[in-house]
Design a binder for this molecule. Structure first.
Ligand code: HEC
Ligand code: HEC
Length: 484
């Protein structure tokens, strides 16, 4: 309750500065963590701090623009400490003895990126031998599935259905580490505002690092259904086995735990590759830097998206640059309950007592208290037009359906929730005792009889705007210039 009040009172300006800070934090944190881990791997984990500073100061291919020195300054002690702990626990899998030069560290990052990429597309890591990371995270669809299933199928026999829609893997570099109470520590922001649960990877924010996340699908019985032993055997037999030895040591395969850890780290490193995962090449990015103009429909859509009395979308899906020029991520990373309808098509939902309650479980196990029930992390809307299943349970399959939900959930609830004996079963996937967690900001402040937030033409305009968030935009060919 307190949290939702705080959220409500937070000005969108504060939310934006807050987000910018989060971006820097997380980004710096990744760079520093990666550097620490690498150096630890290389020199036995004896002096992570010194190593990270020296690596970061010359970061030409750094995951972020900020130097890690600045990142360290901004890193709260807890995160600094956890990064150190990572360094200390990383197995010494590097081939070299003694400290490495910056050039050597970059060479190692390159080796890990190349290996991570090969493993990302390798189905032999899975228990079935049929499922790669890329099967669910297709690069042609912003690393979401090529098919339009609500949720994907996996397991050793490829007959197990998952319970959540697949999120994009793009722009994850900006997700801050999970926190129950997220405070703006930026100079311009108001630190007294508690923005509530924010950040972390997956829909419920239950892990912070790419390597910890990668462990989940590899071991999940309904996804890749593998084991560290199987993964080790697969990598040892893979075409890239030699490259793996060159990166992690001649004897790395003797130790399954070390091999598995190196696989997870390589996947994480690949996922931080800027050109692939956060290129910022959408039309909207070009528009923000003055290199493109939006059409009339796109511009109307943007206004509706930002308008606090209409979509109010930008209050959660940040659309404007920060004061210091930071590019918007189209999410504030907040975990929020918006009452997405129950997806009756999911096998888990055949059990009436089952509810995917996001931050309070059952997938997440460290947060059983009621105030976290029904909360899911606000996803980025970058590349959202390439997705084929929307919301955490994949219930909708077009942006039109999603937009209708936002516009009409409260004015016409019967269009979205089951109607039993003439009575709408609103919020049918969230037990009533958790309804206090539901967000009540616009556009969720209407009631039956009110005018829906958007009419059909406005929905079209907002979708036209969302289409400008797809990467890979090219300026229209200068046909005149080329003709000569
Ligand atoms: C069977 C489909 C499937 C496969 C295979 C799969 N994933 Fe995922 N991935 C998902 C789903 C579903 C989620 C959301 C999980 C959740 O919220 O609990 C997800 C979430 C993620 C996330 C977090 C995204 C975010 O927004 O926080 C990352 C990173 C990720 N996957 C990477 C990988 C990697 C690396 C692999 C291979 C080792 C992989 N995935 C294999 C379905 C899959
Ligand atoms: C109060 C915060 C909030 C506001 C306001 C908000 N959203 Fe969202 N949005 C979320 C959350 C949280 C989710 C994920 C919910 C879930 O799956 O349970 C989401 C999901 C989405 C998705 C699905 C993305 C995907 O990958 O599945 C789209 C599209 C979207 N929002 C667009 C909009 C638009 C357009 C508006 C304005 C009309 C808007 N949102 C307003 C928080 C918000």
């Amino acid at each position: 309750m307190l949290r939702s009040l705080a959220r409500r009172s937070a000005q969108s300006h504060n939310r934006q500065t807050r987000l910018r800070e989060g971006l820097r934090l997380r980004a710096g944190w990744i760079a520093a963590t990666a550097a620490l881990a690498l150096l630890a791997a290389c020199d036995g984990g004896t002096n992570g701090t010194r190593a990270s500073a020296s690596v970061a100061s010359g970061a030409s291919n750094a995951a972020v623009k900020d130097t890690a020195a600045q990142a360290q300054k901004q890193m709260p002690p807890a995160q600094g400490a956890s990064a150190m702990k990572v360094a200390a626990t990383v197995p010494a899998v590097g081939p070299a003895q003694g400290p490495q030069t910056r050039a050597q560290v970059y060479a190692q990052v390159e080796r890990m990126t190349a290996l991570g990429k090969q493993m990302f597309f390798d189905p032999s890591l899975s228990g079935s031998g049929k499922l790669a990371c890329a099967s669910c995270h297709s690069p042609d669809h912003a690393f979401t599935p090529a098919n339009a299933l609500d949720v994907q199928i996996g397991g050793t026999d490829m007959h197990r259905q998952g319970m959540r829609a697949v999120p994009t893997l793009k722009y994850l570099q900006s997700v801050p580490a999970y926190s129950d109470h997220y405070h703006d520590s930026d100079d311009e922001g108001d630190e007294s505002i508690d923005a509530g649960p924010t950040g972390g990877l997956t829909w419920d924010g239950r892990v912070d690092r790419g390597r910890d996340q990668a462990r989940i699908p590899l071991l999940s019985t309904f996804e890749m259904a593998s084991t560290p032993a199987k993964v080790t055997a697969a990598v040892r037999a893979a075409p890239y086995a030699e490259a793996f030895r060159a990166a992690f040591g001649e004897h790395v395969f003797d130790n399954e735990a070390a091999t598995f850890e190196a696989v997870l780290q390589s996947l994480e490193t690949y996922e931080e590759q800027p050109d692939t995962f956060y290129p910022y090449t959408s039309k909207y990015d070009a528009y923000l830097s003055g290199k493109a103009t939006l059409t009339a429909a796109e511009m109307r859509g943007l206004k509706l998206f930002n308008d606090e009395n209409k979509g109010n979308c930008a209050s959660c899906h940040i659309s404007q640059r920060g004061k210091d020029g930071t590019v918007p991520q189209f999410t504030d990373f907040g975990l929020i309950a918006i009452g997405v309808p129950r997806n009756q098509a999911l096998a888990v939902n055949r059990d009436k007592r089952f509810h995917d309650l996001g931050a309070c479980g059952p997938e997440r196990t460290d947060h059983r208290s009621a105030e976290f029930c029904g909360l899911f992390r606000t996803p980025t809307l970058r590349n959202v037009a390439l997705k084929k299943a929307f919301f955490h349970n994949g219930i909708y399959h077009s942006l039109d359906e999603v937009l209708r939900f936002y516009a009409r959930r409260d004015t016409n609830p019967g269009e979205f929730y089951p109607v039993v004996k003439g009575k709408v079963q609103k919020f049918d996937d969230l037990p009533r005792q958790y309804w206090a967690n539901l967000n009540t900001d616009a556009p969720f402040d209407r009631k039956p009889g009110d005018k829906p937030v958007f009419d059909d033409a406005e929905i079209k305009d907002v979708i036209a705007f969302l289409d400008t968030l797809t990467d890979g935009w090219q300026p229209p060919a200068q046909s005149h210039a080329q003709a000569h």
